[in-house]
Design a protein around this ligand. Structure first.
Ligand SMILES: O=C(O)CCC(=O)C(=O)O
Length: 247
């Protein structure tokens, strides 16, 4: 599984200043910055379920795709914190459409360059205008949709382990979700203009992001486990015959 997640995206050649960027937390507001932290949002039961999930799917993987996994369905189901937060932003039609469990450890200590997430998971391939390129990852059919779909999605990251400056917090460029599809050649300039925020987290925190935000992830300086359940939500229907492959 997705060690392809770690390899797929090129590093764009620059790192944030060590310890620099905006200190994460209350300063970031979703509507303005495209990211917001919800402290201690997860229940003990949800944390236990993420822990169980990570035991079930294995710890040697950088990231495991979970669409269809019963524990992932439960963690995004009708009474879940993640669905409640997503619906707060997207409305009652929002549902989970992609889930990945990341576990950054000393063994899997990957770095990912600045990028926007560009793919969704669908049940089957049908050639529909505006959708492509297509790829299969871990048996799941992925496709790049028109950017307007990504623009209306949110991504939630549920933290099981504390994530401090040394433990590879996600880096984001605040406000970059309002820039549309950012071509690779201007990513570096966009980051310089908008700056970098460091998304620190404690166990039980949830970060909410605009799916279209520019983000990156360094290798951990002091690698410890850094388990994060990452789930994309959408309230859109896909043009038939395309259908979401729901979590
Ligand atoms: O959790 C991480 O380290 C990075 C995740 C990420 O960048 C992605 O899913 O695109």
């Amino acid at each position: 599984m997705p060690n392809d997640l770690a390899k797929a995206k090129p590093w764009h050649g620059f790192l944030p200043h060590q310890g620099g960027g905006i200190e994460s937390g209350c300063q970031l507001i979703f509507e303005r910055d495209g990211a917001e932290r919800y402290r201690s949002a997860l229940s003990i039961e949800e944390l236990q379920q993420i822990d169980m999930l990570s035991d079930t799917v294995g710890r040697d993987m950088a990231g495991v795709r979970l669409n269809g996994h019963p524990l992932a369905s439960s963690l995004t189901g009708p009474t879940s914190t993640l669905l409640r937060l997503a619906r707060g932003h997207l409305g009652l039609q929002a549902r989970a459409v992609r889930a990945v469990l990341f576990d950054k450890t000393a063994e899997t200590n990957w770095a990912l360059g600045w990028h926007q997430d560009r793919t969704i998971v669908v049940r089957d391939r049908f050639d529909v205008a505006g959708f492509g390129p297509w790829s299969r990852k871990s048996g799941l059919q992925h496709v790049e949709p028109p950017f307007s779909f990504l623009d209306r999605m949110v991504t939630l990251r549920a933290h099981l382990d504390p994530c401090d400056c040394d433990n590879a917090p996600l880096l984001i460029a605040p406000g970059s979700h309002q820039e549309g599809r950012v071509p690779v050649e201007i990513i570096e300039g966009t980051i310089s203009r908008l700056g970098i925020a460091t998304c620190l987290a404690a166990t039980g925190d949830v970060w909410l992001y605009a799916t279209a935000i520019l983000h990156a992830s360094n290798a951990a300086i002091q690698p410890k486990r850094r388990r994060v359940l990452q789930v994309d939500f959408s309230a859109d229907e896909l043009p038939p015959p395309l259908e979401w492959c729901l979590v």
